[in-house]
Design a protein around this ligand. Structure first.
Ligand SMILES: NC(=O)c1ccc[n+]([C@@H]2O[C@H](COP(=O)([O-])OP(=O)(O)OC[C@H]3O[C@@H](n4cnc5c(N)ncnc54)[C@H](O)[C@@H]3O)[C@@H](O)[C@H]2O)c1
Length: 329
């Protein structure tokens, strides 16, 4: 049994804690938060003990890994603190606020001999894995174009409203749109061209509209958090191949192949001990299971590497640079 702790008992801390209910090979035993009452509330709810720091909880519980689910501007320091304490790290996305911070995290992993994975969950999301397989196998021929969309209202659950500050969250482009920037690099590799336009508000670059080219394949990647509070969250994609299409938009993923009936792939549902159904957790479950399984087996993290996470951060920062430059032109 791998022993783990969570740092940051907020929205994503809860998501990670829920996933542990479905893992048979890892135990969540400790919680830490800047605010002791938040760590205690999660320890009471999920079972385990609460602590004021990573070092304290690693020493007291003999942990193997910590999951860092804190505001983005804390990721670098907390990751390094965890490596100093001698544990592996699963850190939420975005990896950090800058490429320099990401470099420090990569160097920290190397010098401590511990392992680092960034929570780029969309790479693990079942529907997005189907799309990746279609591109890799060329089952419907070459990918001609792909459209990735993610939008919603500004998240208001966050503790101390940290996401309102560009220097803490990076605006909707770094916080939210990075999911699709990361995924398009995972899907197609390094882009030949990047052209971004966007909307800036008091939180920073709030919504991005980016066109990328990969040879003669075109990607349109759009996302942000500046919709009215009553608007629903949406993630969608539309991929058009030479002989087919994969569409997930306001409904289940549907695959269309020339001359055949449309197909809706079915995805495995996960029952949680004690009742409940974790299928809603989608890619989070697959992602965390990958992290735990690979720590136990000693195999590499081959779906998300620290270097590819840093590259996704760099490309998103380039989108932000272009958005700001065009807004100021
Ligand atoms: N993968 C996803 O789909 C996804 C979705 C939402 C958020 N996120 C990311 O997860 C991270 C956390 O976001 P959230 O929405 O859970 O935030 P949140 O505000 O809900 O929770 C953050 C928690 O961290 C605690 N905290 C703050 N600074 C700390 C520190 N220095 N040490 C220990 N605890 C500290 C806060 O008290 C709070 O309990 C962010 O990086 C965000 O971008 C990822």
């Amino acid at each position: 049994m791998l022993k783990a702790g969570i740092v940051g008992c907020g929205f994503m801390g809860r998501m990670h804690a829920n996933v542990f209910k479905a893992l048979g090979n890892a135990e969540l035993v400790a919680f830490a938060d800047l605010k002791p009452e938040r760590a205690k509330a999660y320890a009471d709810e999920f079972g385990g003990n609460s602590y004021g720091s990573i070092a304290e909880m690693v020493e007291a519980e003999g942990l193997d890994a910590v999951h860092i689910c804190t505001p983005t501007d804390t990721h670098k320091d907390l990751t390094l603190e965890a490596f100093d304490a001698g544990v592996h790290v699963l850190c939420e996305k975005p990896m950090a606020m800058s490429a320099e911070e990401a470099d420090a995290m990569i160097a920290g992993a190397a010098s401590s001999g511990k392992r680092l994975m960034i929570g780029h969950c969309i790479r693990f999301w079942p529907e997005y894995k189907v799309l990746k397989d279609l591109v890799d196998t060329q089952k419907y021929g070459k990918l001609l174009s792909v459209n990735l969309t993610r939008y919603g209202s500004f998240p208001t659950w966050q503790e101390d409203d940290w996401n309102e500050f560009e220097e803490r969250a990076g605006g909707g482009v770094l916080d939210m749109h990075i999911h699709d920037t990361d995924y398009i690099l995972h899907l197609l590799g390094e882009p030949d061209t990047i052209d971004s336009w966007g909307v800036i508000d008091k939180t920073g670059p709030a919504h991005a509209f980016t066109t990328m080219t990969f040879g003669d394949t075109i990607a349109q990647v759009e996302g942000g958090w500046n919709l009215p509070s009553c608007a629903p969250f949406k993630m969608a994609f539309r991929a058009v191949f030479e002989n087919g299409a994969a569409i997930m938009d306001a409904g289940p993923l549907t695959l269309y192949e020339d001359g055949k009936e449309a197909v809706e792939p079915e995805f495995e549902k996960v029952e949680v001990a004690g009742g409940g159904n974790l299928s809603d957790l989608g890619g989070y479950l697959v992602e965390i299971k990958h992290f735990v399984d690979r720590l136990i087996s000693g195999e590499e993290f081959d779906t998300v590497t620290p270097e590819s996470s840093k590259r996704s951060l760099e490309v998103t920062l380039e989108e932000i640079r272009q958005i700001k430059a065009k807004a100021n032109a």
